[in-house]
Design a protein around this ligand. Sequence first.
Ligand code: HEM
Length: 445
Amino acid sequence: MTHPPRSNAALPGPGSSFAFDANQETLDFLQRGFEEYGDIWAIPPQGGAENVAGDGGLPVWVLNDPEAIHEILTRRQPDYGKGVGFERVKMLLGDGLIVSDGDHWRTRRKMLQPAFSRPSVGAMGGLIARCIEERAETWEAHADSGDPLDIVDEANRLGLRIILRSVFGDDLEALDAREGGNPFNLVVDTVQRDLMFAMRFRQLWPVVRELVEARRARGAAGEAEDFLGRYLAARDRDSGEPLDMEGMVDELMTLLVAGHETTAATTAWAWSLLARHQDVQRALAAEVDAVGPAVMDGKMIQGRYDLGSRVIHETLRLYPPVWMFTRKALKDDVLAGHPVPAGTQILITPYLLHRHPAYWEEPERFDPSRIPSSGIAPVRGAYIPFSSGPRRCAGDGFALNATVQHLVWASSRYHLDALCPDAPAIEPGVNLRARDPIPLSVTRR
Ligand code: HEM
């Protein structure tokens, strides 16, 4: 569907278009726009270019207003679908939860929601603990040698193990034992996220299919406490049907894609912040000493460590892994007093929203006292690392649990120091990652 070009005189904005993408140039452009035009502005279309305005001919809206963002993510969610950029992810993840829309998404989300419930995620604590323990050898070696540990690489490797073990459980051993090694290691051994990577990544689909078939063939398919077990047990609420193979593989790959880099980046940024804020690191160690190690009793552990949870929330405020996402108006609407024509693409940038000076005092300062451990920020809509409303991240509880669990484990044993006092450079790609390695020195407590 194309619209005739319209002017959007009501909204301020630059005179010419801009080809936004997931990169630093775009973040700089959005930052400048926010400073110049405020919380709601528009980028003019480039002669209706499909790659700029999606449907062509319409200005792209840029929102940095908590209330307007809250509206479209929550109450008006049915009127705003996934926007520009998601079609690329769709090529990779088919109809998985992140990219699907409408009835298909609604049915799937209901069907799979039990896998993300507190008891289900709480029961995965033991799987996560095993992955954390697996990395102990590396931490010990660094504590012995005094060689700095690159926390970016470490968190990446740990994050991959955590999501793989939470999805495949004990079948991870079968993956590790494959000729040529675990094929998923490609994700941590390749830094580039280019076409070549996408092609090699696509070759993982048959691997996942094999694992699903092997689990099914063993019988008792839906009993395991991993995501694969939960997804095999999932039934459509109306038809009673399970996921078909294609849906199953897309949904499992969605978990791996959604859960790996996001959680890994959060762990890396958290440690980078703690290493540069010794007072908070000491307070966290004291909390862990007082509460004790994380007990795997099938319940969520995150709420037991108040400061631990606050550290993660403040990390997610400063370094939201999903630093930008989009929506598309499905019908004509009025937002903050401005008419929004159907088809309008909307850019939401948690990175800028989380540093909005009207809502955050000294936004650049790391201060875990800002957001309570519940994750509900003082100003509605101003803190959205997991998005909000019906399409809020399904894995939020899992991610918080896994990252707090790692903070607790490492705080009880080690002390980390930054080699450089400055904040590391960011790389706003698909996720917000660190641009360079972040070496930290590890000493035993
Ligand atoms: C700190 C870590 C994480 C962050 C910051 C994060 C962030 C997000 C955000 C912002 C969205 C919504 C995007 C949008 O509305 O357009 C999302 C969706 C989603 N995430 Fe996460 N995520 C994290 C970890 C995880 C993990 C560990 C899993 C799985 C175990 C996961 C599974 C999903 C799924 C399935 C969706 C789609 C939900 C739906 O639309 O129904 N995420 N995530």
